[in-house]
Write a protein that binds this ligand. Structure first.
Ligand SMILES: N[C@@H](CCC(=O)N[C@@H](CS)C(=O)NCC(=O)O)C(=O)O
Length: 248
């Protein structure tokens, strides 16, 4: 830890936004105190929370306001001497890394959220296409890097952001088997990226169990029960009878 700085992170175990900041702290070798906050209501009116969201980073007793992405950028600048830099030094590469971070929150996360709640075949097909398109776009970005990580030979900012989403991407695959986010045919580089990232010592132990996240997520009805089908059949036949009687 640089020059006596104290870092505290308020988070919650299942949050991808919290996980990405933890990944950044670990990859930069920064020591910090992690405080698990299950109940955000305690903090709603507190000055610590800018927008009632976790994570909250506290540096030397003062909250650092911003989204999880800006907190990672803050850590990289405030602790420039610690560990390796997450964002590239070259300004255009730095801007591009930020672009991919925003892309993940704006496009991939939105498609994942829709995947969680989609019920009809049509909705499922739509989100499947959206998740696949977002992953293929990221595959293209990784191909441009020609390295195992978006950050090059070691993980950087984009890796941390995607790494934070990794457990929830696995949940999306599990709950919607028609969605395959890491696809050996369309995203082979991302598939090996996943292996490389998860085998990093600094990452191991931080990732939440996918099974626990699946349990946490609300069950999505994937098929009609026998009883509800019977009710639908009875109602349909009644409607047919009424329509026939009316037309006489
Ligand atoms: N854009 C924010 C999103 C953070 C966020 O949505 N945090 C969730 C946990 S994953 C949260 O605190 N939700 C509580 C609430 O909305 O009351 C960020 O990147 O930090």
């Amino acid at each position: 830890m640089a020059g006596g700085d104290e870092l505290e992170l308020l988070g919650t175990w299942a949050s991808p936004h919290v996980l990405r900041v933890r990944l950044a702290l670990h990859l930069k070798d920064l020591s910090y105190e992690y405080v698990e906050e299950q109940d955000l209501k305690n903090y709603k009116s507190d000055e610590l929370l800018l927008n009632s969201k976790l994570p909250v980073l506290i540096h030397d007793g003062k909250p650092v306001y911003g989204t999880s992405l800006s907190l990672i950028q803050y850590l990289d600048v405030a602790f420039a001497g610690a560990g390796s830099s997450l964002l590239p030094h070259e300004p255009s590469k730095r801007a591009l890394a930020r672009y991919w971070g925003d892309f993940m929150d704006g496009t991939l996360v939105k498609a994942m959220e829709k995947a969680t709640w989609s019920v009809t075949c049509r909705e499922k097909a739509e989100v499947r296409a959206q998740v696949a398109a977002a992953m293929e776009t990221l595959e293209g970005a990784l191909r441009e890097c020609s390295k195992p990580f978006f950050g090059g030979d070691s993980p950087g900012y984009v890796d941390v952001v995607l790494g934070g989403l990794l457990p929830w991407l696995c949940v999306t695959d599990k709950r919607q088997p028609s969605v395959k986010t890491f696809n050996p045919i369309t995203t082979p580089l991302l598939l090996s990226w996943q292996d490389c990232f998860c085998s990093l010592k600094k990452v191991q132990g931080l990732m939440p169990e996918v099974g626990e996240l699946v349990d946490l997520a609300m069950p999505v009805p994937t098929h009609c029960s026998r009883e509800s089908l019977q009710v639908i059949l009875i109602l349909s036949s009644l409607l047919v009878q009424i329509a026939t009687a009316c037309s006489r």
